[in-house]
Write a protein that binds this ligand. Sequence first.
Ligand code: 3HC
Length: 293
Amino acid sequence: MSTGPDIRRVGVAGGGLMGAGIAEVCARAGCDVRVVVTTDRSRDASRARLERSLDASVARGKLGVDERNAVLSRVSFGTELNEFADRQLVFETVTEDEGTKVKLLRQLDGILPDSDVVFATNTSSLPVTRLAAATAHPGRVVGTHFFNPVPAMPLVEVTGGPETDARTVERTEAFVTRVLGKEAIRSADRAGFVVNALLVPYLLSAVRMAESGHASAEDIDKGMTLGCGHPMGPLRLADLVGIDTLRAVARGLYEESGDPAYSPPEILTRMVEAGRCGQKSGRGFHSYSQQHQ
Ligand code: 3HC
C-alpha cells in the first residue's frame, strides 16, 4: 500500500472551479494528473480554466513560463472514467448533488476495484458517511474540502466517516500536507464540517440584508472588508464561491440540520435562473470582466 507522500498518479473527476483548481495544485506539486469530465465541451472549458489560472500566476510573477508548460504537460484531460484505471487517488469534484456523487463513486468502484486506491470526495455539505456507504469499500472514502481559489487558499478539511479506515485519513492528510503543501484540519462528519458550518450562515445573512434593502451590496462588502479586515466582503465571496454552489451547499446543510440559518433565500434561486451565478458567469451580486472568470 502506498503512503500519502508516495501518491503520484492522481485522478480528478469533474473539471469545474474546484476540479480544475485541485488538478492545478496536484500538477504544480509534480503529480501526474488525469482530469475526466463528461463532455468534450467541458473538457475544453476545464483545460482553458487551468491555462487561465496558470497564465495569471505567470503574469503575477509567481510562475516561470517553462514551469507553466511543465505543469500543463503533467495534466491530461479525457471523457472516459476508465482513464482512471491506474490512479492511486481520485478526487471527486462533481456537482453538490448526492445522487450524482453516488452514481460516480459506484462507477469508480467498478474501474478501481483495488481497495488501496483512495476516493476523496470534495463535498462541502453532504455527509461523507452516506456517500461512503453507497460504495463497495467505504473504508477508502474520505472527505477533502478544498477552498476557492484552490491554488491560493492554504486549507483543506479532511473528514472521515465512521466507516473510513484511519489509514485512509492519514494517507490523505499526508498527501495534502506533504505533497500539496496545504494545511489540514480534521472535522467530524457533521453538516458543513468546520468552515461552512460557520461561513454559510454569514453569507446567507449578507444575502438577506441586501435583499431586504438594509444596505447595498457595495456597502455590505465595504463594511466587512474595511470594518473587519476580511479579504473580501460576503457578497463578493458568494460570487466567488458561485451562487449556484452556495445555494446547493446551503440546501444540503438545511436538509441535514433543519437549522433555518442555512435555509437558502429565494433570491439565490432567482439569480441562478437568470444565469447570475457569480464571478464565473460574469455577474452575481457584482459584475466581472472576462479576465476574472
Ligand atoms: N491562484 C493562485 N494564487 C492566487 C490566486 C489564484 N487564483 N488569487 C490570488 N492568489 C495569490 C496571489 O498570488 C497573492 O499571493 P502572495 O500573497 O504570495 O503575493 C495572494 O493570493 C493575494 O493575491 P492578490 O494580492 O492578487 O489579491 P487579493 O489580495 O485580492 O487576494 C484572494 C485574492 C486570495 C482570493 C483573497 O481575496 C481572499 O483570500 N479571499 C477570500 C477567499 C475565501 O474566503 N475563499 C473561501 C471560499 S469558501 C469555499 O471555497 C468553500 C465552499 O465549499 C463554499
